[in-house]
Design a protein around this ligand. Structure first.
Ligand code: ADP
Ligand code: MG
Ligand code: ZN
Length: 631
């Protein structure tokens, strides 16, 4: 390619740029000139509401239009003179409220950047054009491949995944079985005129195995697996995303039967017309192209599109219409049985000591996803390897669980006696509050050994997998979260930043109660939040679905709720101050305290030696399920 023919274009661009910047400079300086005497007159007639003098330009805001305008901008030959002449009048009018505001911005000192900056910009533009052109000449243009989809064809690590690798997701697998059947044997379905879904949406939180399931479908059916992430479609250049979509479907048709897997589809599939500023046309084009492609392939081509998201509510409705992603499969975090099965799958390639009871581990990890469990076993294996143990013990599992839920123990961190005392009082505050709240889960363990970000931790034991909290339970959680801060205030006479995470969480809970779950009388059973977390593109239009007045009430109610919880907590801790101090003394001496020992103190019994400080205590024969920590 002959780059010389671009030189006129470049020159043209440079000239255009210069003209534009010159013109914009003129525009901003343009003023409707007005004689000085007339300006003074406006002041004397008390016409001026406010004004700003910037360098030697004055901008006046008028009460009534003069020559049809209420804003007048004009030059002052001698701004200093103007100021000294009129200062008295300004002050007088300002005091009377005639002149609402006025300001003198000092003259801007001349700066070299005023000259250098535009030069730099022009230079940068030229440089970019130059690189692109040179790249073209050498045939290594980075933009040449822009329109191609960054698809991963086949399974990344080359390992075939089957349904056996996906543990505990029985219902999900059952629903997907049908798709496998179709991919294996399409005639069976098409002969009797059955319509097979084009697209299936896997909906669920991160780490629950959506990607794994999609790969397993391809593996079971023995078809090609093309995967791409939604964010790969999103580029700043208009048209690139759309051409990537086209390319993706072309590739799939070539290797059909195949599964196309679009991860994080919400990155391209957001509701249209909700973008903020630039780039949203590009997204719409990409989405439109996706819709066109999904309509475009026949039922006989053997292509099925699977997509994953955890925000189906923000997807464009057109994506969910029949013939597109008209089927949703919910992929949830596993239950106890599922967790045990997942642990078994991931334990297969690890050497476990006889002490390891996966059933117990499953019971004490409510709320963990498949990815969390796989991570747990891996952490335990790393701990075992670091200690040069040939097998992985239950002690490793325990340490790994504590590490995951509260960060690794930092036994070596130097803590002064004062730090330790503060931490002990803080944690004891949480624990004593929890003990005295009827709906709160019992304390499992307390420690002042620093872990991760936090200086100490109080673990408690959720009753079950259920996430359906009642109003009372939520309120009592707020009370227990405040326990640390209240104890500091009551018994240390000063408060620390150690409670900031607690306060964040308490505030969030209170906000949810008031504005999301309709749990406050004043505001009624109304949700003022639109679909949960803030999503700029959409919330921009919908946040104002309630009035300023309601917003004020929400703030007041949140505040009132927290204040009530604070007082409640203060009452509990004051009533139990002697026991709290016993807990503090115990922690200072032994650093870690089991739930059993804690209860003994609270009930005024003799405190025995800890039988064990394992996170798995009480789960061996388990009726109850668990998780979580709290700093
Ligand atoms: P998602 O796509 O939903 O975020 P992934 O499919 O990427 O989750 O899961 C991440 C990892 O977690 C998988 O590679 C796998 O090791 C593990 N995992 C998740 N769910 C399961 C499951 N049901 N059975 C076995 N392993 C699982
Ligand atoms: Mg994934
Ligand atoms: Zn705390």
């Amino acid at each position: 390619m002959n780059y010389r023919k671009f030189i006129p274009t470049i020159l043209y661009l440079v000239v255009l740029f210069l003209i534009l910047s010159w013109a914009s400079g003129l525009m901003s300086g343009s003023s409707s000139s007005m004689p000085y005497s007339q300006v003074i007159e406006l002041f004397q007639q008390e016409q001026v509401k406010s004004f700003v003098v910037n360098d030697n330009t004055i901008t006046l805001e008028l009460r009534e239009p003069v020559n049809g305008r209420t804003q007048i901008k004009t030059n002052l030959a001698q701004p200093e003179l103007f100021r000294s002449d009129m200062e008295e009048l300004f002050q007088e009018q300002h005091e009377k409220g005639i002149l609402e505001s006025y300001d003198f911005i000092p003259a801007k000192s001349f700066s070299v950047y005023d000259i250098i900056l535009p030069l730099l910009i022009v230079g940068a533009v030229l440089l970019i054009l130059w690189t692109v052109l040179m790249g073209r000449m050498n045939g290594s243009n980075p933009m040449a491949n822009f329109g191609k989809a960054r698809t991963v064809l086949g399974v990344p690590d080359g390992k075939k995944v089957t349904f056996d690798d996906v543990a505990g997701a029985d219902e999900e697998k059952e629903e997907l079985e049908e798709i496998v059947d179709f991919l294996r044997n399409p005639q069976k379905f098409t002969q009797i005129g059955a319509r097979i879904p084009h697209g299936i949406l896997l909906v669920g939180p991160p780490g629950t195995g959506k990607t794994l399931l999609a790969r397993a479908v391809a593996g079971e059916a023995g078809v090609q697996f093309l995967s791409i992430s939604g964010s790969d479609f999103v580029e700043m250049y208009v048209g690139v995303g759309a051409s990537r979509v086209r390319d993706l479907f072309e590739q799939a048709k070539k290797v059909a039967p195949a599964i196309i897997f679009i991860d994080e589809i919400d990155a391209v599939g957001r509701k249209r017309g909700t973008g903020l500023g630039g780039g949203h046309d590009e997204k719409e084009q990409t989405l439109n192209q996706l819709l066109v492609e999904m309509d475009g392939f026949g039922h006989t081509e053997g292509i099925i599109v699977l997509a994953a998201t955890n925000r189906p509510d923000i997807l464009d409705p057109a994506l969910l219409r029949p013939g597109r992603f008209d089927r949703q499969i919910q992929v949830n975090a596993p239950d106890v049985k599922g967790r045990e099965e997942i642990l078994k799958v991931h334990a297969k390639d690890k050497k476990l000591d006889a002490s390891v009871n996966l059933k117990t581990v499953a019971r004490s990890t409510a709320g963990f996803t498949g990815a969390d469990l796989s991570n747990l076993l891996n952490e335990a294996a790393i701990l075992a390897a670091r200690a040069d143990r040939p097998v992985l013990t239950m002690e490793d599992m325990n340490e790994a669980l504590m590490k995951i839920t509260a960060g690794p123990a930092k036994k070596s961190r130097v803590q002064t006696r004062k730090d330790l005392k503060e931490t002990a009082v803080h944690e004891a505050g949480h624990a004593v509050a929890m003990y005295n709240l009827p709906t709160h889960d019992p304390v499992r363990q307390i420690t002042i050994v620093p872990r991760g970000q936090s200086l100490g931790a109080t673990w408690y034991l959720p009753k079950d997998d259920s996430s359906n909290l009642t109003r009372n339970e939520m309120y009592e959680q707020i009370v227990s979260l405040l326990g640390g801060r209240v104890a500091e205030a009551l018994f240390l006479g000063d408060i620390s930043v150690g409670a900031s995470n607690d306060i964040d969480r308490a505030t969030k809970l209170a906000k949810d109660m008031v504005a999301r779950y309709g749990m406050c009388e004043k505001l009624g059973t109304v949700s003022y939040l639109d679909g949960g977390e803030v999503f700029i593109g959409r919330d921009y239009q919908t946040t104002k679905s309630y009035s300023e007045k309601v917003a004020g009430t929400i703030d007041d109610e949140v505040r009132a709720l927290i204040d009530k919880a604070y007082d409640h907590c203060k009452q509990i801790l004051t009533d139990n101050s002697d026991k709290l101090h016993k807990v503090v003394d115990f922690l200072l001496e032994k650093e870690t305290m089991t739930g059993e020992q804690f209860e003994a103190i609270m009930q005024g019994r003799e405190v025995g030696d800890a039988s064990s400080t394992s996170m798995f205590d009480g789960f061996e024969d388990g009726k109850e399920d668990p998780k979580a920590t709290e700093e």
